[in-house]
Design a protein around this ligand. Structure first.
Ligand code: 4NP
Length: 150
């Protein structure tokens, strides 16, 4: 899961998916990263931690890192939160097969619509709650896909 800072949207997707994968007994490697280097090593934004905690998911153990072209080697699916993330990740693709791994995170909820998870960083707690609701639905859809793939 990839966003810009790796402190709001992608850590939420990471933590929620990890929790649901455990609940379903699936064996899937999940991680998140940001395209930017601003927040490397930091815990998620406290507003994201607070919103996820309210819904029973803990995120405080996660630490931000930057997406690298090595991630194409280590992961089968690279799921981006918005169009800008898509372009930044695509620039690091080494060949056409890397690019084929890149998909919009909301694709499983809204197929082929290039729908974005809005960036809540400059927003209010209400924006964080909206991101939570969207990411919760999208991770449910993703879990269904993973169950059918296994
Ligand atoms: P994220 O949100 O990409 O969902 O982690 C952001 C976090 C930090 C910044 C922008 C977006 N920033 O400009 O520092």
């Amino acid at each position: 899961m990839v966003c810009l800072g790796n402190i709001c949207r992608s850590p939420l997707a990471d933590g929620l998916l990890l929790r649901k994968i455990k609940e379903q007994g699936l064996d899937v490697l999940v991680d998140s990263a940001g395209t930017a280097n601003y927040h490397i090593g930091k815990a998620p934004d406290h507003r994201m931690i607070q919103t996820a905690a309210k819904h029973g998911t803990s995120l405080e153990f996660l630490r931000a890192r930057q997406f690298t072209s090595k991630d194409f080697q280590n992961f089968d699916h690279i799921l981006v939160m918005d169009q800008s993330n898509y372009h930044n990740v695509a620039k690091l693709a080494r060949h056409a097969d890397d690019l084929k791994k890149v998909e919009y995170f909301l694709h499983y909820l809204y197929p082929n619509q290039k729908e974005a998870v809005p960036d809540p960083y400059y927003g209010t707690l209400k924006d964080f709650e909206e991101v939570y609701q969207l990411v919760d639905k999208a991770t449910d859809a993703l879990i269904q896909k993973l169950i059918h793939e296994h």
